[in-house]
Ligand binder design. Structure first.
Ligand code: FAD
Length: 405
């Protein structure tokens, strides 16, 4: 198989880049190892900056026709005190809210939009296993499909295959570990019509619990200290169920739905980034270039921003035939600073706020910065801006658009 651009991974970064390049007339294929997008371990947040990109592309209204919820305020519970932390009313975008939509619906939507372009191909059940090198240039890869092995040749290979990227490993790109002192236990519990609405964070001494409303069930996340899973399991499932009930009493009548430890998945949290995001013929974006912590739920949106920047910078050279190493370096030059700033804030919150809370036994009082946020609406604009729009938001370059066939 021969394409101009071959993208490894059909997550938010890969699907968005595939869509944008196809729209700009580049012959592009996305290779995804799973047969569908139905996977649990993904955030569901689509932030105002991503919604703005949808607006620029003229597909926002269609996206918002899909079932979703609109979160206009960031709030949480510290002990039993409810506090408001962010208010999206003033973000400089058309949508003043975070849309909560299961990520498989969002990715299905992007795939549907992209497939309208004859220049786009999505190859599911295709797991990339190795890169092909020719005189130190990456010229494609080998992959395993359900019909046997294939070889793909491309002017540009993009690694958008997430935090455990095989592309960055086989490409020999050096990873710098920022570190994350936490992991997340991920589980589902049924949701009842009488339950309260969307709840974000619940902070208690020794525990941080987050619930996402997925209509028929709650997707729940319990934050634990890194490597703490062995201790949690040693204390037994009954103690674990009791802990969840203490953290969120509304769930007490259904914690028995956790039948055994296979109902509780461990998600390892990482913060890292590549020293160089590219080499000749190869570029990494999204979590493959910089694994993001779940703090602030900004990883998907950063991945999308990388895709927009890459498409803006590379569509033209790709249409001309190939990207030079200096074309590829421009993507890192554009996106490294927002990545570093965001990771720095995530690491600070993990180390100064979350990790100490996990080791604490004394009652927690609301810290004064949070009290100020809760009291003054004007201050709540700051976290809303950081989470909702982020640092250096990207805009779609609409100039080189080629008409849809
Ligand atoms: C516990 C947890 C919760 C999170 N919650 C949120 C949240 O609420 N909001 C948010 O914005 N971010 C959240 N994040 C971060 C977010 O999930 C990532 O930053 C984001 O998914 C990165 O997108 P991506 O497209 O770069 O990679 P991914 O979403 O990881 O997608 C990579 C894709 O590549 C595919 N793939 C992998 N290897 C291969 C291969 N060899 N061949 C072919 N395909 C391959 C995978 O199947 C996958 O579809 C969370 C992270 C964690 C750990």
């Amino acid at each position: 198989m021969q394409v101009q651009c071959a993208i490894v991974g059909g997550g938010p970064a890969g699907m968005m880049l595939g869509y944008l390049l196809a729209r700009a007339g580049v012959n592009v294929a996305v290779f995804e190892k799973h047969p569908d997008f139905l996977r649990d371990f993904r955030g569901d947040t689509i932030h105002p900056s991503t919604l703005e990109i949808m607006f620029e592309l003229g597909i926002l209204d269609d996206l918002l026709k899909r079932p979703h919820q609109e979160v206009r305020e960031l709030s949480g519970e510290i002990g039993r005190t409810r506090v408001r932390i962010g208010d999206f009313a003033h973000v400089p975008t058309h949508c003043k809210f975070v849309a909560l939509m299961p990520q498989w619906d969002f990715l299905d939507f992007l795939a549907e939009q992209a497939q309208a372009f004859s220049t786009f191909t999505l190859m599911r059940e295709t797991a990339v296993v190795d890169l092909i090198t020719d005189s130190d240039r990456i010229v494609g890869f080998t992959a395993q499909t359900n019909r046997g092995p294939i070889e793909v040749r491309a002017s540009l290979t993009v690694g958008a295959d997430g935090r455990s990227s095989i592309v960055r490993e086989r490409g020999g790109l050096i990873v710098e570990d920022v570190g994350a002192p936490i992991d997340v236990l991920w589980m589902r519990l049924s949701r009842k019509p009488s339950d309260p609405g969307q709840i974000f964070g619940h902070v208690e001494p020794g525990g941080i619990f987050v619930m996402f409303d997925r209509d028929e069930y709650w997707q729940c996340a319990l934050v634990i200290a890194k490597g703490g899973i062995d201790g949690v399991q040693a204390r037994g499932l009954a103690a674990f169920r009791e802990r969840i009930s203490e953290l969120e009493p509304v769930l007490r009548d259904r914690v028995d739905e956790l039948h055994d430890w296979s109902d509780v998945k461990l998600l390892t949290v990482k913060i890292d980034r590549l020293r160089h995001w590219s080499r000749d013929g190869l570029l990494c974006i999204g979590d493959a270039a910089h694994a993001m912590s779940p703090i602030g739920g900004v990883g998907i949106n950063l991945a999308i921003q990388d895709a927009v920047a890459a498409a803006n910078l590379l569509a033209e050279p790709l249409r001309r035939g190939a990207c030079s190493p200096s074309d590829l370096k421009k993507v890192q030059e554009r996106r490294e600073w927002p990545t570093k700033v965001t990771q720095w804030v995530q690491a600070l919150i993990q180390e100064r706020v979350i990790f100490p809370t996990l080791g604490r036994t004394a009652p927690i009082s609301v810290p004064w910065p949070v009290k100020l946020l809760d009291r003054y609406a004007v201050l709540r604009r700051i976290p809303a801006r950081f989470v909702g729009v982020g640092v250096r938001p990207e805009h779609v370059d609409l100039r080189p658009v080629r008409r849809q066939s």
